[in-house]
Ligand binder design. Structure first.
Ligand code: PMP
Length: 433
């Protein structure tokens, strides 16, 4: 709205261009499944912030827990132990241990990038403890693991790391078998690519994989990930599942790696672990988490007690209110609605990927030989129209900027989901008329 323009201009004047990437909303408040600006406009939220507010925006018990912690006057840092941090670590360990099947620990930090960065460091330390040349980190094409240097080297968009200069040759990427951009979904491709790159499997210290690829909401085939697990076990490489985006009920399972029936060695957590305040963690095998000496893995603001207390309340609500199960059920309705949209505009939507309450509409067409032709312009047009109609979506992501990601808070009721799909359908109809 015109009133927000002055503030957005101020943002452009004093913040870098890089932060100006989403619809022109001045986020003023949010409650449950709605987002408000300061001028009386309301949006139905199909973003969950950035897949953060799984339990809904500003859930009262979570806010209360943060407020109580502020009143306790102990908000400082990792230098000393605090009860909220210890309790959150215990909660995460209890959630993960049944899936990992061995003693676990959790190291709590603030951002998802720190979680992946620390997983990378642990994998390298673990590899080095076995052999001095066991230092290769394998990740996937089109992967996203954050914006810090190591995280970005593991990322799978070459353009996003062109600024780094001398890339460390011990970071390599292999194709991600999403069935759309890479139609060979057999695990042979993984081994073949490593061989092409001249990397002996024994040199692999770790493989990091998003449980679904954030850019496209794409899952790998189960068989592929099971074979990847065996590869890692055979070669003493750590399997790191990046659950920063996919964890805590989003896909209809508490952790998205559960869909593959595998046990990772390390798991990266962020975003919805806290429901809003800055908390992240790397968690998993205790013997690996214990690789570094006391005092060598601290972060001043890591494990902030206010953030940890509200994260613990957030997880309590998630479990108590059965929101993972709700995500599976409502996600089914969401998917059916999107499949209807795809049939309506078959020539302009290549595929719908995702599970539960995260779905990606891959906008574009597929050539007769199977080559995908993403249509970023159409995807952008649709999200812009949706914004004007009161439906909040991210700017499109993924290959060719052509994937519209749908990720409502898990508490969204089916009628609101259907209302959002109606708006989306109108937007496609108008954009293509
Ligand atoms: N890993 C994944 C899979 C992510 O989606 C993100 C954030 N989009 C990150 C890591 C980085 O998290 P953060 O932005 O909190 O550093």
């Amino acid at each position: 709205v015109p009133e927000s323009l002055a503030l957005l201009e101020e943002m452009r004047a004093c913040e870098p261009r890089s932060v100006d990437c989403q619809p022109p909303l001045v986020w003023h408040g949010a409650q449950g499944v709605q987002v408000y600006d300061p001028y009386g406009n309301i949006w139905l939220d199909f973003t969950s912030g950035v897949l953060v507010t799984n339990i809904g925006h500003c859930q009262p018990e979570m806010v209360q827990a943060a407020r109580a912690e502020l009143d306790a006057h102990r908000f400082f840092s990792y230098c000393f132990a605090t009860e909220p941090r210890i309790r959150l670590a215990r909660r995460l360990v209890d959630m993960l241990q049944p899936h990992i099947g061995t003693a676990c620990k959790a190291f709590i930090m603030s951002t998802g990038s720190e979680a992946t960065e620390n997983a990378l460091k642990l994998a390298r330390a673990h590899g080095r403890s076995l052999h001095p040349e066991k230092n290769v980190i394998v990740s996937f094409d089109r992967a996203f693991h954050g914006r810090t240097l190591g995280a970005q080297q593991m990322g799978g968009y070459p353009a996003a790391k062109s600024w780094i200069g001398n890339l460390d040759p011990a970071f390599v990427q292999v194709p991600f078998p999403d069935g759309l951009h890479c139609t060979d979904t057999s695990f042979n491709l993984f081994s073949r690519r490593l061989a092409q790159l001249g990397i002996a499997p024994q040199r692999v210290a770790g493989v990091i994989m998003e449980s679904y690829q954030g850019g496209g909401a794409s899952f790998a085939p189960e068989e592929y990930v099971r074979e990847l697990r065996s590869f890692c076990s055979r070669h003493e490489a750590l399997l790191i599942m990046d659950e920063v985006q996919s964890g805590f009920g989003r896909t209809g399972r508490l952790f998205a790696f559960e869909h593959y029936g595998i046990a990772p060695d390390l798991v990266c957590l962020g975003k919805a672990v806290s429901g809003g305040l800055p908390v992240s963690a790397v968690a998993g095998r205790a013997d690996v988490l214990d690789m570094h000496d006391p005092g060598s893995m601290t972060s001043t603001h890591g494990g902030n007690p206010v953030a940890c207390a509200s994260a613990a309340a957030n997880l309590e609500v998630l479990l108590r209110d059965g929101l993972t199960e709700a995500a599976a059920a409502t996600g089914h309705i969401l998917r059916q609605g999107l499949e209807g949209l795809r049939q309506r505009h078959a020539g302009h939507i290549m595929a719908i990927h995702g599970r539960g309450m995260v779905q990606g509409i891959h906008v574009g067409r597929t050539e007769p030989d199977g080559t995908p032709c993403p249509d970023g312009a159409l995807a952008f047009d649709v999200t812009e129209r949706a914004f004007r109609k009161g439906l909040l979506l991210f700017a499109p992501v993924g290959t060719g900027g052509a994937t519209i990601k749908i990720c409502p808070p898990l508490i969204m009721q089916p009628d609101a989901v259907l209302e959002g799909i109606d708006v989306l359908t109108q937007c496609f109809d108008e954009a293509l008329s």
